[in-house]
Design a protein around this ligand. Structure first.
Ligand SMILES: C[S@@+](CC[C@H](N)C(=O)[O-])C[C@H]1O[C@@H](n2cnc3c(N)ncnc32)[C@H](O)[C@@H]1O
Length: 363
């Protein structure tokens, strides 16, 4: 029988055998591991021992046609001469939101953007549309997007993103969203669960800078929230925010949770008397200027509340930020415990910090 030799191993032992073979230089590269019922067929090089060798510990070798894996990277779909000329200028990263791929392009390769976009479409079968990403602009932090190529002619950038099992419909060209913060959303969920357990009841959560709603998705889905008051200054975010969260509530653990959606400036929330001293949890997700908003938002907090926020600050400024927050709270006559933790590098000089302030009754 023709074909390539493969070692037949139980599927749960695949990783061990792949690593062992790799270590000996006997793993064939450029071809894939194949399924065979409860077994896996790991491709062997010509140098690998013959059938029956004790090294295989009794596992059989079989001949099968090899599974071509295709290019491992979209760059491999470009002509060699092109890669040679523009290699260092080609994008090294991209972001995928649902079926929309966002990529930052150096000006030098813009004349070849169609070639690059086509290579990416060919590489990623689940992507529908490729957009050049000019970065976030303006106070709404919306991306400056330019559609490069669409698989099916549909030029809409509206898409659906699934995060931690929760779906959000959004349009990255009109309202802010970043998949890079998904780890933060999980961390926040843990804080919220602990706070709910401490208070012994479902929570009132305020999110004045909510975008399309990702801070509240998990807490609503898990039934931690009794009332969610959410809003944004960007009117384009509002329909997505409302529909996403309403949908999550209807499918979640507490379909009776209340949703209130407000369009406008977060700083004006405290002018609404119905919102004062209500929030068990307050999100302040405005990383570039949120610290300047905090004093305007404090009247929203209940007596035992969590404020959870993010800020982009100079590296190693955790102590300064912590002191600044403590002073804002104490000026307002609120006792609190502050924690400021770096989450990830933002640039070489700036970093993103997560701020968690727990108000205490002051005694
Ligand atoms: C960094 S984004 C966070 C959005 C969302 N929480 C998320 O994680 O995807 C900040 C949001 O605040 C909104 N925004 C900016 N200034 C605002 C203001 N003064 N009042 C209310 N929302 C504002 C922007 O439109 C944007 O949607």
């Amino acid at each position: 029988m023709s074909g390539m030799r493969h070692l037949r191993v139980p599927s749960e032992a695949t990783a061990r055998w792949r690593d062992r073979l790799l270590g000996e230089g006997w793993l064939a590269t450029g071809v894939g591991i194949q399924a065979d019922g409860d077994y896996r067929l790991v491709p062997l090089t010509d140098d690998a021992p013959d059938e029956g060798s004790p090294w295989y510990e009794g596992h059989a070798t079989v001949k099968r046609s090899s599974l071509e894996r295709g290019p491992q990277h979209w760059r491999e779909r470009l002509e060699d001469a092109f890669v040679e000329q523009f290699g260092p200028l080609l994008p090294t990263a991209h972001e995928v939101q649902g079926d929309v791929l966002l990529v930052k392009l150096e000006p030098e390769v813009e004349p070849y953007e169609q070639t690059i976009a086509q290579a990416m479409l060919d590489q990623f079968p689940h992507v529908r549309i490729i957009c050049a990403d000019g970065g976030v602009v303006g106070e709404f932090r919306v991306r400056d997007l330019r559609v490069l190529l669409s698989r099916d002619g549909n030029l809409s950038t509206v898409t659906s993103v699934k995060e931690h099992g929760v779906a959000y419909t959004l349009d990255p060209s009109t309202a802010y969203f970043s998949a890079r913060l998904s780890g933060e959303r999980q961390a926040v969920m843990d804080l919220i669960e602990a706070h709910r357990a401490r208070l012994g009841r479902r929570l009132v959560v305020h999110d004045p800078y909510a975008g399309v709603g990702p801070n509240l998705g998990l807490p609503l889905a898990r039934g931690e929230v009794e009332t969610a008051v959410v809003g944004d200054l960007n009117s384009a975010a509002i329909p997505y925010l409302r529909e996403n969260l309403q949908h999550i509530i209807s499918k979640g653990a507490h379909p009776d949770a209340r949703l209130i959606v407000r369009e406008g400036d977060g700083r004006s929330w405290a002018e609404d008397r119905t919102l004062l001293a209500q929030a068990d949890v307050l999100f302040v997700n405005l990383p570039h200027e949120g610290l300047d908003h905090v004093h305007r938002l404090l009247p929203l907090l209940s007596s035992d509340a969590l404020m959870i926020g993010w800020a982009v600050v100079d590296r190693h400024q955790e102590t300064e930020v912590s002191e600044r927050l403590a002073s804002i709270f104490s000026t307002a006559g609120r006792a609190c415990e502050v924690s400021v933790q770096a989450t990830k590098g933002f640039s070489t000089t700036r970093t993103m910090v997560r701020l968690v302030v727990r108000t205490t009754t002051g005694s």
